[in-house]
Structures are given as structure tokens and as C-alpha cells.
Design a protein around this ligand. Structure first.
Ligand code: FAD
Length: 317
């Protein structure tokens, strides 16, 4: 079922969902299941599975370091299929521009269609770890907008080689990213908003936001989007702080602000267990307020560990 239909069916009740990162190559999928199991009691209608782009690795060979490009966390579509099959829940693969040609994306979309996956998040992806700026993959899309357009064309039965086949079209529900504090590369929130609107006009069905720790930022963002006449669901993404290092890491990586009260609470913690607890309590308060504000879904960035998300969900759902 489409995410938008899950939201409609909930008739105003806030839904619970979360996202997972595929395990590193060579690790068992059981670890992932162990983290999903405790969250199933909260009845997520859908679970997202992220995609990690390729990275450089260095392999020692004859005393020299050989630089190789590899994908360390492959398997997004396979994981989506296995979770869907095991838990009877909808899964949402994240589809990236970075690291994929349009043809490879088309093959992935065909696989999703065969597997009965009806939703996907269309994302540009970030720069490779050793690169300062995002470089489009030759033969790939430069922006998420192009990806949205490709999915929309495929939903009409139009394939990249010019073939038109309308007998068994896909009908993907398309999610895109939105940034209450603007995307780190955007020159202004207004410009970034213009880009988001382009994605919606091209056919995006819903938005999931980047993490934020001050709900005011989310509500203001929603108001700005609504003022542009856009009424698709805007799902808030919530990340519970889990370690002290997040105080530096999250603003550095995502260019987001942390409220002073949260910073001080985390700084006063004596152990990581205490930090985790502060993160849980903050996320509960944030979630309660967002629920009161009528958000359609609370979407948690679990980063593969479910204990804190379970604690949060237990207080809310
Ligand atoms: P875009 O919408 O393409 O925007 C990227 C930048 O380009 C923005 O600054 C935008 O303002 C600008 N822009 C857009 N169009 C134009 C244009 N025509 N001309 C000039 N500038 C333009 N990353 C992963 O690698 N894997 C994941 O699984 C993943 N999941 C995510 C899930 C969510 C909910 C979110 C919020 C992010 C996720 N990301 C993931 C991170 C995402 O890939 C990065 O934030 C990326 O840098 C931007 O992706 P986007 O889809 O927002 O890009």
C-alpha cells in the first residue's frame, strides 16, 4: 500500500515508522531483524531502508595500499523484500542519484515493481566521503528532481530506451527529502524551498524531513510549504541523540542547530547511558508536541539500534 494511503486510512491518527541502515557487507541480516522485532508491537505501516553510496577502501597488497571503490552496505532492495516478506509490512527503499546511472536505477525500479514494493524515497545522495562536493555519476542524475521525473515516466510505462509499455505499469508513491533548516548546500531556505516545490510539481507524493531538534523549525517549514499551495504530507524525521559526540557531529554533517537546553543537558551527563536517556526524553517531548500539532507520521532515524526508539515509542504509541 502507498504511504499516502496509509496516512489517509489512519484518519488523522499519527503513525509510527522508522528507518534502517543495511548491515556492512559480510554481516548477517539477523542483526537487523533483532532490531526490528522489538519495534513491531508499535505497528509501523512502513519501514525505510537507506542506501549507502560507494566509497573508497584501501586494501594492502604486496606492502602497498591498493585504492578500490566498493559499496560497503549493499542490499537495500533485498532487505526491503525480506522485511516485507517476514513482517508483512510495507518497505521503502531509498533510491539515490549518486553512484547510479539512470539505467541502473531503472533496473532497480523494475525489481521493486516485481517485488511488490510500492513506495520509494528519491534522493540525490551526498558527496563521496573523500570528495568535497557532490559530483553526478556519469549517466546518472544531478538532482533528486531528475530521479522523481524518471520514476513518474516509468509509472506511465515510459522506459529510458524509448520503449512504451503500459500493460503492467508501476505506480510508485514517491517520497522526497525536505530541510526545515535548509539543505547544507542551498544558498538560502527560500531557494531550497523552491527546489522542494519543483520536486513536488514533478510528482513527489510526500516529504520526509531532515532531523531537527526544535519543533518550531518544523512548524515554520510546514507553514512555508503550505503557503506555496502544497498540501502533501510532510513527515517529521526524529533522531534521538545517543552519544556526546553528536553535539559536534550533527551540526557539522547536517548544518542543523541544537537548542541550548539540549546541549546543556547532554554536556552535564556523566556517562553515555545518561546521554542516551537525555536523547530519549528530548525525542519524547518533541514527538508529543508534534503529535499534538497533527503530524501524519513520526519517523525515527534508528541508525540500526532499536532500544532508544523502543523507549520513545513505548511512551507514545
Ligand atoms: P536535491 O533535492 O537534489 O537537493 C540537493 C541540493 O541541490 C539542495 O541544496 C538543493 O537546494 C539544490 N538543488 C536542487 N535542484 C537544483 C537545481 N536545479 N539547481 C541548483 N541547485 C539545486 N543519503 C544517502 O546517501 N542515503 C540515504 O538513504 C539517505 N536518506 C535520506 C533520508 C532523508 C529523509 C533525508 C532528509 C536525507 C537522506 N539522505 C540520504 C541524505 C541526502 O541524500 C542528502 O541530504 C543530499 O545531500 C541531498 O539530497 P536531496 O534528495 O535533498 O537532493
Amino acid at each position: 500500500m502507498k504511504i499516502t494511503d496509509h496516512i489517509k486510512q489512519a484518519s488523522g491518527k499519527t503513525l509510527f515508522s522508522f528507518e534502517l541502515i543495511p548491515p556492512r557487507k559480510g554481516k548477517s541480516i539477523q542483526e537487523l531483524y533483532n532490531n526490528i522485532d522489538p519495534l513491531m508491537e508499535f505497528k509501523p505501516p512502513f519501514i525505510d531502508v537507506t542506501t549507502s553510496r560507494e566509497e573508497f577502501v584501501y586494501i594492502e597488497k604486496d606492502g602497498l595500499l591498493d585504492k578500490k571503490v566498493t559499496r560497503m552496505r549493499p542490499g537495500t532492495i533485498g532487505i526491503c523484500a525480506s522485511i516485507k516478506h517476514k513482517y508483512n509490512v510495507d518497505t521503502v527503499p531509498h533510491v539515490l542519484c549518486g553512484g547510479f546511472t539512470k539505467e541502473e536505477t531503472e533496473y532497480m525500479l523494475v525489481d521493486c515493481h516485481y517485488l511488490g514494493i510500492h513506495n520509494l524515497m528519491a534522493l540525490r545522495g551526498d558527496a563521496m566521503r573523500e570528495e568535497q562536493y557532490f559530483k553526478p555519476t556519469p549517466g546518472g542524475h544531478e538532482y533528486a528532481l531528475g530521479l522523481v521525473e524518471q520514476v513518474v515516466e516509468m509509472n506511465k510505462g515510459h522506459y529510458l530506451n524509448g520503449m512504451v509499455e503500459t500493460s503492467d505499469c508501476s505506480d510508485f508513491c514517491i517520497g522526497v527529502a525536505g530541510y526545515p533548516e535548509k539543505h547544507l548546500e542551498a544558498p538560502s531556505l527560500k531557494t531550497d524551498l523552491k527546489r522542494l516545490i519543483q520536486k513536488v510539481e514533478a510528482g513527489a507524493d510526500y516529504v520526509v524531513t531532515q532531523m531537527f531538534f526544535d519543533n518550531k523549525k518544523y512548524f515554520e517549514f510546514v507553514d512555508l510549504v503550505r503557503a506555496e499551495g502544497i498540501d502533501i504530507p510532510i513527515i517529521p524525521g526524529i533522531k534521538p541523540i545517543a552519544v556526546k559526540r553528536h553535539l559536534q557531529l550533527l551540526p557539522q554533517v547536517f548544518k542543523i542547530d541544537l537548542p541550548q537546553e539540549l546541549i546543556e543537558s547532554v554536556e552535564s551527563c556523566k556517562s553515555n547511558t545518561d546521554v542516551r536517556q537525555v536523547g530519549i526524553e528530548w525525542a519524547i517531548q518533541q514527538s508529543k508536541e508534534l503529535m499534538e500539532g497533527g503530524v501524519p507520521v513520526l519517523h525515527y532515524y534508528s541508525m540500526g539500534k532499536s532500544d532508544n526508539v523502543k523507549a520513545i515509542a513505548s511512551a507514545l504509541f
